[in-house]
Write a new protein. Structure first.
Length: 215
DNA sequence: CCATTAATAGGCG
DNA sequence: CGCCTATTAATGG
């Protein structure tokens, strides 16, 4: 395991990144460091009694929920520096989502009460939090619009373009299994498989397993 | 290895 | 496009 610095962990989280060192040093001692989750293990589950914010120090995770029939709906992916669990910062109830490690993952967390106290004393952090919420809202909105107005093929391509921008490369690496990506995009795995083929035939992309090159 | 899960293919409504 | 079934590929123990 790599050497872990509390401040280093926190400073790479987008939510905290613009804060001054002196504030980071205040956050570090009250956050929990550093929990390891092996690939496939569940980081959060409904009713686990854990509250507060989690942030990804290393690795990635998927957020999903289960419907009444036990089917999984993938809501999103957490990558290094992302955070989740904000909802229960403001209420006592746990939300109904699962978070599962996609690779061996290290997670830092801060509990609700500590975070709330910190928020009161740190206006900059409150502002950052507000901005982060705004970004999440925009992301959810984008996803919703795509779902309603774009074909599966267009949605897939738009997703890949987003990923290319995020990963800063025309060759993207899927973190999700294709069946999970299908769930995220709101299509069946069969449809995803066919659309990938179709995009390849259009010479818009080329696929090698989970590596996809965008032309 | 074997067993399970994931990915693909083809047919049909 | 989703659903179903069959086959193949990949994964994990």
């Amino acid at each position: 395991m790599k050497k872990h610095s509390a401040v280093a962990c926190i400073s790479q989280v987008g939510l905290f990144s613009k804060l001054s060192d002196s504030i980071l040093k205040k956050i570090a001692p009250i956050s929990t460091h550093q929990e390891h989750f092996p690939k496939g293990s569940i980081i959060r589950r409904p009713g686990d009694g854990k509250d507060g914010l989690i942030f990804m120090d290393e690795g990635s995770a998927k957020i999903y929920s289960l419907n009444a029939e036990g089917k999984e709906t993938v809501l999103g992916v957490l990558n290094q520096g992302d955070f989740d669990g904000q909802l229960n910062l403001f209420q006592d109830n746990n939300n109904e989502n699962f978070v599962q490690a996609l690779q061996d993952t290290y997670v830092c967390s801060i509990n609700r009460k500590d975070f709330q106290n910190l928020l009161k004393k740190t206006p900059d952090l409150a502002l950052n939090l507000l901005n982060s919420f705004g970004q999440k809202l925009v992301a959810i909105e984008t996803k919703s619009i795509r779902r309603n107005s774009m074909s599966a093929k267009e949605r897939l391509l738009a997703y890949l373009e987003d990923l290319a921008k995020k990963q800063e490369s025309r060759t993207v690496q899927l973190k999700l299994k294709k069946k999970d990506l299908a769930s995220y995009l709101g299509v069946t795995p069969e449809t995803l498989s066919r659309q990938l083929k179709s995009l390849e035939k259009d010479e818009l992309i080329s696929v090698e397993g989970k590596r996809i090159k965008i032309q």
